[in-house]
Design a protein around this ligand. Structure first.
Ligand code: 4FV
Length: 413
């Protein structure tokens, strides 16, 4: 694989390639690294590559002609990348894709940036290594070069070592240990010297999830496998008692047909175990069971019937908790002041915690003016209220339910 770095400071690139796996790969010819200096494509005696910005403003801008001429000399086909804070974040997944390409041209800006017409004319992709501003693109180019080159076959001694490292599977890497077996009071986990490779692999998986949950819950939220696993043991309950009415009195609200259908469809969409309609009123439970039966005839998986097949009824929250066998009970609310003494959790935090457990998760959605919190026992935490752009938050429960499920289990772009 070939890398061409377009930079007015080539002396920043060479040293970084003088050692390490990438340096050795270059010596071995497994990868090729060249630099092209836009200054070599200037015609004035000052070899000018920058000028003042049109429209005024601080600093200088890199001129288009020397850059375009430099980029054009790079052998084709080439994928031309500009390193810029405006670029798409570099990820391990993108590094893996780029390592499949024959030639990357890495264009390094300096000063305030480059003339926009270079991007229009000669850049295929903008990449950023992070939301901060460097004095030049060279360090970012080296980060891309190193993260891509090490994935090129033949560069790493053991290609497999790239498979289960951090981010390879969307999780952080499990803890690593080597000799000595005891360091002061700290011992290497016994499982690792057990020789039981299946158990070691399972331990490492659990440790990777635990570390990701602890240190990068945002990553876990994007880890489809984890979301699917937690969703499959998550139950959604629509609670009609005890809830508040507009005056703050504790009441039993009436079941609506919409709520039966729409939340059932959301539950199926996000792969939940079941959707429970909780009401002490027998006739209301019978109504729900009747609606489900009505749609039984049409049980095509993609049909509404398929969604309703996951609808259950329960007389009370306590009965449902008993039926599920001490699930982790999670309350929801549109208000910040309900369930005052319970911990708040964002969907990512809840997913991270639930990922480390194996118990069912029961999410309570309140009807009316919300769950009568002091009357609902064994709630472990409350999901933070959904907040839109205005402080008006009276979403229909079926909308709030869909939003929360997407934040918990939705595929991330
Ligand atoms: C950068 C980044 C970055 C911006 C102006 C170069 C500098 C200067 N590149 N990820 N963050 N580039 O800050 O890639 O021209």
């Amino acid at each position: 694989m070939k890398f061409t770095v377009v930079t007015i400071l080539p002396e920043l690139i060479e040293p970084a390639l003088a050692a390490g796996v990438v340096g050795r790969a270059r010596e071995a010819g497994t990868i090729e690294v060249a630099t092209i200096n836009p200054r070599d494509f200037t015609s004035d005696r000052h070899r000018t590559v920058d000028d003042t910005p049109y429209g005024g403003g601080p600093g200088m801008v890199m001129k288009a002609e020397p850059l375009l001429a430099a980029i054009a000399t790079a052998s084709q086909p080439a994928h031309r990348i500009l390193l810029s804070p405006a670029g798409r974040p570099l990820t391990q997944a993108r590094a893996r894709e780029l390592a499949q390409l024959p030639h990357l041209v890495l264009v390094c800006g300096r000063y305030e940036g480059i003339d926009e017409r270079v991007i229009d004319e000669a850049i295929d992709e903008e990449l950023s290594i992070g939301d901060y501003v460097l004095s030049g693109g060279e360090l970012a180019a080296l980060v891309v070069l190193d993260s891509v080159a090490r994935l090129v076959p033949g560069v790493l001694g053991e290609p497999a070592s790239a498979d289960d490292e951090s981010h390879a599977a969307g999780l952080l890497e499990y803890p690593q240990y080597t000799r000595p077996p005891r360091l002061g009071a700290r011992e290497v986990p016994a499982i690792l010297t057990s020789g039981n490779h299946a158990a070691i692999a399972a331990w490492r998986r659990q440790q990777a999830i635990a570390k990701t949950a602890r240190q990068r819950p945002d990553l876990l939220a994007r880890h489809a496998e984890t979301a699917r696993a937690v969703a499959a043991r998550t139950h959604l309950a629509l609670v009609h008692h005890p809830v508040f009415d507009r005056t703050g009195s504790v009441v039993t609200s009436a079941l609506t047909n919409f709520d039966i259908h729409d939340l059932a469809r959301s539950a199926l969409t996000y792969g939940l175990a079941a959707y429970h309609i909780v009401t002490p009123i027998t006739s209301q439970r019978e109504k729900a069971e009747h609606v489900v039966k009505l749609w039984q005839a049409d049980l095509l998986p993609s049909s509404r019937g398929g969604a309703l097949a996951r609808v259950r009824t329960a007389e009370s929250i306590a009965a449902l908790v008993a039926e599920l066998g001490s699930p982790r009970v999670v309350a929801t609310s549109a208000r910040h002041d309900s369930f005052p003494n319970l911990p708040r959790r964002t969907p990512a935090e809840l997913l991270a915690e639930a990922a480390l457990e194996s118990t069912p998760v029961l999410i309570l959605l309140g009807t009316g003016h919300g769950l009568a919190h002091e009357l609902i026992p064994d709630v472990s935490c409350v999901l933070a209220p959904i907040e839109g752009a205005s402080d008006w938050n009276h979403l229909a429960v079926r909308s709030a339910g869909a939003i929360l499920l997407d934040r918990l289990f939705g595929a991330r772009g």
